[in-house]
Design a protein around this ligand. Structure first.
Ligand code: NAG
Ligand code: NAG
Ligand code: NAG
Ligand code: NAG
Ligand code: NAG
Ligand code: NAG
Length: 472
């Protein structure tokens, strides 16, 4: 006997274990049979081989007529079909000829559709394996005649949903569903039920299942859990709720760190105030086309703390002054206030909050009846120019239609100071500065005139001006 030190044996065991675990999802049982027994290139399909004293038949590209009848098929125990060439698969015509069959496997191939239920002749089948096909639907009751079925392996197909009733048979204990593009929706909620009596309990690999779009690659169970909770919370609102995005590492151990981003649509619901309850993790909130006037919940109600995108267009908001200094103003990502009743803004509050905002906020302020006067507008104009990249609809920010004719509906960005600060009706000459201007100009001319007069006098008479004689 060869002596192997204990440590080496230990390492070898660990290595085997590692390889087994690492490659487990890929080494699908039986897959290798199709590869190892594959016919040489150029063979005419379908082609079949029998193994294990003719108890096991492996066929490529369909099944030949010669195998469908007679004594050989009567005692066949295991049937492996590699690369089934047709999109349809009809168990009834096929299995009628194999009454002793215990195991049926279909690997790869074009199957998208199982035409008819499994026939009563398939009642001895204990293991059904369909792997690597394009199958995406199992009709209800299609497996009902498989009264001895124990193992159902449906890995790597195109299932996006499945009716768990298909697993409701007392003999069936083990189901594999990994590698399918599951649609994570509320309809999948059955898989969350745990307990001996539940069908979900038969799915051995349920913790490994993954969602397809829009939650590509996220673990199915926690995502469906989030969706179910969201659905319940949404019932308490008048809105539509949607799990927009799930952020998180795909790693199985980190499942608990998933982060949900919920989008809630309460547009056009006749709301007169902002909802006092929102589903947890709401990040996008649509409140367009309501009759909301008051934004104070943003400052006071904690459910708005994580709302990043707020659509309030087509409402009756008159002021956002109470957002001054709030957590919300420093953290929002998008605020849409188009078509409201805003006449002015606390620009100092925004100028304080926006540089702190890590989300590089976007603002929409167009189509409001903005006040255009010398008090508010110059500061607002400065603000618009300084934050032109954040204010997305700057061309729609115009003076209200009730302003003086010259500036009504004019773009605020384009206004000149004179347009804002000097009203044309006032008498130009009576303005104090201009009076001073004129007086000073008059005095300058007076001094220059006197100088000229004194000079001419001196030249003609030699008399010095009176003032010069007085200077010592
Ligand atoms: C089945 O398909 C998979 C994926 O397309 C491929 O990796 C595998 O080699 C195929 N197996 C056989 C036996 O053709
Ligand atoms: C069971 O098999 C019989 C005979 O093949 C078939 O007519 C019937 O539709 C099957 N039953 C179900 C529930 O699929
Ligand atoms: C399974 O089927 C039986 C009857 O066929 C039914 O009474 C039972 O409710 C089903 N179980 C589940 C979990 O649906
Ligand atoms: C939802 O938000 C709460 C806090 O409001 C947080 O504790 C929880 O982890 C979030 N859930 C997800 C799935 O992001
Ligand atoms: C929100 O709901 C309204 C009315 O139900 C609908 O018209 C609108 O398209 C929805 N908006 C989004 C972004 O889904
Ligand atoms: C004073 O008058 C001059 C000449 O008319 C003009 O150029 C200037 O702008 C005026 N200054 C003020 C302050 O009005």
């Amino acid at each position: 006997m060869i002596f192997i030190p204990k440590t080496v044996r230990c390492i070898l065991t660990l290595l085997t274990l590692f390889i087994a675990i690492r490659f487990a999802p890929f080494s699908v049982t039986g897959f290798h049979i199709c590869e190892s027994e594959a016919p040489k290139l150029g063979g005419v399909l379908p082609i079949c081989k029998s193994k294990d004293k003719s108890h096991h038949l492996i066929c490529f590209g369909g099944i030949g007529e010669e195998w469908s009848f007679g004594l050989r098929s009567k005692y066949l125990r295991i049937l492996t079909l590699c690369e089934w060439p047709d999109i349809n698969f009809d168990p009834e015509t096929l299995l009628r000829n194999f009454p002793s069959l215990k195991s049926l496997s279909l690997f790869n191939g074009s199957i998208t559709n199982i035409l008819r239920p499994f026939p009563i002749e398939a009642q001895n089948v204990e293991k059904l394996v369909i792997i690597g096909t394009r199958l995406r639907h199992l009709s209800d009751g299609i497996l009902r005649n498989l009264s001895a079925l124990q193992i159902l392996d449906l890995r790597y197909n195109s299932f996006s949903e499945i009716n768990p009733e298909n697993f409701n048979s007392t003999s069936l204990q083990t189901v594999y569903l990994f590698g399918n593009p599951w649609k994570c929706r509320r309809e999948m909620a059955w898989i969350l039920e745990s307990g001996m009596d539940y069908l979900s309990n038969k799915i051995i690999d349920k913790a490994d299942l993954r969602c397809s779009v829009p939650y590509e690659g996220r673990p199915l169970i926690p995502v469906v859990e989030i969706i179910v909770v969201l659905g319940d919370e949404c019932q308490r609102t008048v809105c539509e709720c949607q799990l927009a995005y799930v952020y998180g590492r795909v790693d199985r151990l980190i499942q608990k760190q998933l982060k949900a981003f919920v989008s809630v649509n309460c547009s056009n619901r006749g709301l007169t105030e902002m909802p006092s309850f929102l589903p947890a993790n709401t990040t996008v909130l649509q409140l367009s086309e309501n009759k909301i006037t008051d934004l104070s919940p943003l400052a006071t109600n904690a459910v708005y703390r994580f709302v990043q995108d707020l659509y309030l267009d087509h409402n009756l908001v008159e002021s956002i002054s109470l957002l001054d200094g709030t957590h919300w103003l420093e953290n929002f990502r998008l605020l849409n206030l188009r078509n409201n009743k805003l006449t002015d803004l606390p620009t100092y509050a925004l100028e304080h909050a926006l540089p702190q905002n890590i989300n590089s906020a976007r603002l929409y302020l167009g189509h409001n009846p903005w006040r255009c006067d010398c008090l508010f507008t110059p500061g607002f104009q400065d603000f618009l120019i300084r934050y032109a990249n954040l204010v997305k609809d700057i061309n729609d920010i115009r003076c209200s239609a009730v302003e003086a004719d010259e500036i009504a509906n004019k773009q605020i960005r384009e206004l000149t100071r004179t347009e804002i600060c000097i009203s044309p009706e006032e008498d130009y000459w009576l303005l104090p500065l201009d009076v001073l201007n004129a007086t000073l100009a008059f005095l300058i001319f007076l001094v220059l005139g006197k100088l000229l007069y004194d000079y001419l006098c001196f030249k003609r008479t030699g008399k010095l001006p009176w003032i010069v004689t007085k200077i010592p």
